[in-house]
Ligand binder design. Sequence first.
Ligand SMILES: Cc1cc2nc3c(=O)[nH]c(=O)nc-3n(C[C@H](O)[C@H](O)[C@H](O)COP(=O)(O)OP(=O)(O)OC[C@H]3O[C@@H](n4cnc5c(N)ncnc54)[C@H](O)[C@@H]3O)c2cc1C
Length: 195
Amino acid sequence: MAGPALGSAPAKRWRLGLRHLRWIFLPSKKVAVIGGGNTAVEEALYLTHHADHVTLVHRRDTLRAERILQDRLFANPKITVLWDHAVEEVLGTGKPEVVCGLRLRNTKDDSEQTLDVDGVFVAIGHSPNTAPFRETLDCDSEGYIVTTPGSTKTSVSGVFAAGDVQDKKFRQAITAAGTGCMAALEAEHLLAGLS
Ligand SMILES: Cc1cc2nc3c(=O)[nH]c(=O)nc-3n(C[C@H](O)[C@H](O)[C@H](O)COP(=O)(O)OP(=O)(O)OC[C@H]3O[C@@H](n4cnc5c(N)ncnc54)[C@H](O)[C@@H]3O)c2cc1C
């Protein structure tokens, strides 16, 4: 890569977010959230405002989510946690096809069951879309581009990284815009110094 550049590519999200929720603002719906981390638990809690019942499907028997989130989850009467189950298939019906259930496998004894749901929300983490840069720029073990603290500088002089590709904590539009501004200013300063 030559010259100053703003490196920004999206984090691939393994969840369907709020923009996919238009159809579900009906209190009689049952939905499933897949996952066991903070994202899954937050999503399950949020969905209780818009669905009749939420089943959190997790392939293990403990959650990775923070304790405070777990406490809220377990205290919510609209949420059931289905431990030790992995999704084998999302079942659909009708034309156009809509979700009607999940085929689940028990991870301990391999038995199968079907869960009737009207919607599925996959929340099994984030994978930053940094593959094209991993050979060139220093990335951490999860694939996020490493930047100098308080800066958008990467391991290659003149290449700046902003947004979700370098931020595994906040991953918000406003923080992405903020680091985008930082990257633009740093690129400008670099160019000014070069000219
Ligand atoms: C469902 C959902 C709901 C969200 N809700 C909120 C919210 O309510 N509030 C909030 O603050 N944030 C929210 N976010 C997070 C917010 O959208 C992101 O943090 C923000 O968009 C990250 O900005 P970014 O520029 O880093 O990445 P992106 O917005 O993903 O932009 C990356 C850009 O890079 C381009 N690109 C990718 N690969 C290449 C390539 N090889 N070459 C050239 N271009 C490439 C893409 O086309 C895209 O235009 C939400 C995200 C999702 C998915």
